[in-house]
Design a protein around this ligand. Structure first.
Ligand code: GLA
Length: 401
């Protein structure tokens, strides 16, 4: 989950891997190991990860590319292609940078240093085509790329799940967003044409095939980023925890909202706080909804699946209150369109994208219609991304020059 950033972005780099390779040579005179780490979508199951429920994300064909190599001294030198900015520090004194983007990398280094106290520094050049602030987890992708790269060059022997936890801890402790595990897990464990049904309590997961020539996943980017998103996110998490505490006074066996029922919420939470009740009620309903939607997928009942996506949106808007006018407008626009099977806001909320399941042959016309209407209403040029489901974080071995 990204904090708001006003830093300048450029989007004209068409081939990141080869640009990174040559920039690395130019800056450091070394051949870079190149890691690709993707952004993610989430079909359904929002804000359920930190409540120990289920999520249904996938990695996508938009990614961070990160070149990395060891140095002979103790310095860390990082160049960001997109921000056209540099950062440098000593590996033995990791502290927040004061300009956000380096913190996603430094947070990971800090986690690794807790165990390894590495003395040797490294060089990094990175960039990518995940639009920042769009709710596609560019920050998680950057954290995963850094964790994967450091694991590789320093032979740290971490398993992929350890790297996911490291990346999440970096975001929680260093960046200060108390996010759940979904984004980092999806970026790391993504698989081509497969959704990941993840149980966020046991971390057991199953791949669910999701590929059809008839259906496309289309994201509509509001291009809205609210600066209070991170604090509102942390507040939602606290409200969920407050709900659990109220139930625990009588049911100590309830460890998270995963274990709670609507009846418990009515009995123990609603009389104390209407707002906490609303938050918790959404989560309890959403966990159930996800399980039902997985059955829809098994039964190939996409109409039922899509209906649940709209229901999720309504809950996020009215009960969890993490939507915004622009997101609601985009969802309302497609609600009665027979070519849109399902739609909802996606990710943490307060801006970013809606996710839409759309009949393939209608995609182009829909993008035009929604884009024009959005522009007329808001004065903002909407962006649309037709995404493919791709593999998760890994070393890039083949790329064109
Ligand atoms: C952000 C967080 C995730 C998750 C989603 C909401 O993306 O980083 O952990 O909580 O919001 O589902």
């Amino acid at each position: 989950m990204e904090k708001n950033s006003t830093e300048k972005m450029i989007h004209d780099i068409s081939n990141y891997p080869s640009t990174i390779r040559s920039k690395f040579q130019q800056l450091f005179g070394q051949e870079a190991l190149i890691i690709r780490s993707p952004g993610r979508i989430n079909l359904i199951g929002e804000h359920t990860d930190y409540n120990m429920g289920f999520v249904l994300p996938a990695a996508i064909n938009k990614a961070i590319y990160l070149g990395i190599q060891k140095r002979n001294d103790g310095l860390i030198k990082i160049h960001s292609l997109d921000f056209q900015d540099d950062f440098e520090c000593d590996i033995k004194t990791i502290k927040t940078s004061g300009k956000l983007w380096p913190d996603y990398l430094l947070g990971v280094v800090e986690q690794i240093q807790k165990k390894h106290q590495i003395q040797q520094g490294f060089n990094i050049v990175f960039g990518g085509d995940i639009p920042p602030g769009a709710g596609l987890s560019s920050s998680a992708a950057l954290e995963c790329a850094t964790a994967y790269g450091l694991n590789h060059i320093f032979n740290l022997s971490y398993e992929k799940l350890d790297l996911v936890r490291l990346a999440q801890a970096a975001e929680n402790e260093f960046v200060g967003v108390k996010c759940g595990i979904m984004d980092q897990f999806a970026s790391m464990f993504g698989k081509k044409n497969q959704l990941i049904q993840l149980d966020c309590r046991s971390l057991e997961y199953a791949y669910v095939p999701f590929h059809s020539d008839k259906l496309k996943i289309v994201l509509f980017d509001t291009r809205v980023k609210h600066s209070l998103a991170s604090s509102a996110y942390n507040e939602r998490r606290e409200q969920c925890e407050a709900g659990v505490k109220l139930i625990q006074t009588v049911h100590p066996e309830v460890l998270s909202l995963r274990d709670a029922s609507e009846e418990m919420l009515l009995e123990f939470v609603k009389p104390v706080s209407e707002i906490v009740y609303k938050r918790c009620s959404f989560i309890v309903g959403e966990i159930k909804r996800l399980l039902n939607s997985c059955n829809d997928l098994k039964n190939n009942n996409m109409a039922a699946f899509g209906k649940r996506m709209f229901e999720t949106h309504t809950g996020l808007k009215d009960l969890y209150e993490v939507s915004c006018q622009e997101l609601d407008f985009l969802v309302d626009l497609v609600k009665n369109d027979q070519n849109v099977i399902g739609a909802r806001m996606m990710g943490g909320g307060f801006g970013g994208c809606t996710i839409n399941l759309v009949n393939s042959e209608a995609v182009e016309a829909l993008i035009k219609k929604v884009g024009d209407t959005y522009h007329a209403k808001t004065g903002t040029e909407m962006l649309a991304y037709v995404v493919e489901i791709e593999d998760g974080t890994g070393v890039l071995t083949k790329f064109s020059l």
